[in-house]
Each structure stands twice: as structure tokens, then as C-alpha cells.
Design a protein around this ligand. Structure first.
Ligand SMILES: [Fe+2]
Length: 178
């Protein structure tokens, strides 16, 4: 099975709800990609949105979990796994989308907008960034796209909307391979 077939199979087989939300992880990622398309984002960025929580799928794989002794860090997992196959423009925003949340949460309004599950995971992810950490993060090349991804991420938890299927993104996925 090649990587594209594997990704599609993982999307189709995943039935578990996105932690504390009412949509599955697959639906959540597809919704993020749909929002990115609506915002006329580049193919690479749509693909980044589509795969941003792919680390959760890897975490579900017991073999890999045991091998790496992992406890979360889904953004690093996805990055390490996907960077072998996909362009930098796709995988870098994925790597930084949790840091983006920790950055954005400095803003009270943004923090209050987070779902309860997201507030809880924020704590586990290291909490709100301090001044120094924020400055460092702002200097990263993919800062802007990580922030954008994060905002689309937060909006992609809706039920009862007309969903695309992962198969609709097959050509896009192929176009973003290295
Ligand atoms: Fe997400």
C-alpha cells in the first residue's frame, strides 16, 4: 500500500470522535481543508489542513505507540511521519499548529472561544506561551501559516454540514508529494 492509499484508508476507517468534540477526527480534518479551500488557500495549505491531526491516527496504531513510547505530541508525530512524503509547505504548519494555539491563547477572547476539550489540552500541551516564547515563535518561517491553520482548525468542528470525502482530495494529496 502506498502512502496515499494508506492515508485514505486511515481516514475511512477512523470512527473515533475528535477528543471531546462531536465530529470524528477524519471529519474534522476534512472540514479544515474545506474551510481552507473556501478561503482560496494554496494546494499545499489545503493539504496541511487536511492532514494536520494525522498524528492522532498514528497514535492509534498500537505498534508505533509502543515502539516510540508516545504520549500525545501529535503535531510532532505527524510532522516526523509525513515529512518523508510531503512538501515542507505542507508539513511545517502541521508541526507548529499546537504552538500556534499556545500563542493565540494569550488573547483572552481567543482563549474563551476555545472548546472545553481544547482548553484542557492546552494545559497538557504546555499552556499559554510567555513573552519570550512568543517572540521566538513569531520569527519562524511558517508562523503565519501555522496561525492560519489553527484558526481554521478551531472552526472545523461543525455537525450537519455537507461534507466532502477523503477521496475528493486524492489528486491534491498526490500533487503535494515530494
Ligand atoms: Fe485539529
Amino acid at each position: 500500500m502506498n502512502i496515499i492509499e494508506k492515508i485514505i484508508a486511515n481516514f475511512i476507517n477512523n470512527k473515533s470522535l475528535y477528543i471531546g468534540e462531536k465530529v470524528t477526527i477524519s471529519e474534522h480534518m476534512i472540514q479544515s481543508a474545506m474551510i481552507a479551500e473556501k478561503a482560496k488557500s494554496s494546494g499545499s495549505f489545503v493539504c496541511a489542513c487536511l492532514l494536520h491531526d494525522y498524528g492522532h491516527f498514528i497514535l492509534e496504531d498500537p505498534d508505533k505507540l509502543v515502539k516510540k513510547k508516545l504520549d500525545g505530541k501529535h503535531e510532532d508525530l505527524a510532522y516526523e511521519y509525513l515529512k518523508i512524503f510531503f512538501k515542507k509547505e505542507v508539513v511545517k504548519p502541521i508541526k507548529y499548529h499546537v504552538l500556534a494555539k499556545r500563542y493565540l491563547a494569550r488573547n483572552k477572547k481567543y482563549f474563551n472561544y476555545l472548546s472545553d476539550a481544547s482548553k484542557t489540552s492546552l494545559k497538557l500541551q504546555g499552556g499559554i506561551l510567555n513573552e519570550n516564547q512568543s517572540k521566538k515563535f513569531k520569527k519562524k518561517n511558517y508562523f503565519k501559516n501555522a496561525i492560519k491553520l489553527r484558526k481554521f482548525d478551531e472552526a472545523a468542528k461543525k455537525t450537519n454540514i455537507k461534507m466532502k470525502s477523503i477521496n475528493d482530495y486524492k489528486d491534491l494529496l498526490i500533487s503535494q508529494l515530494l
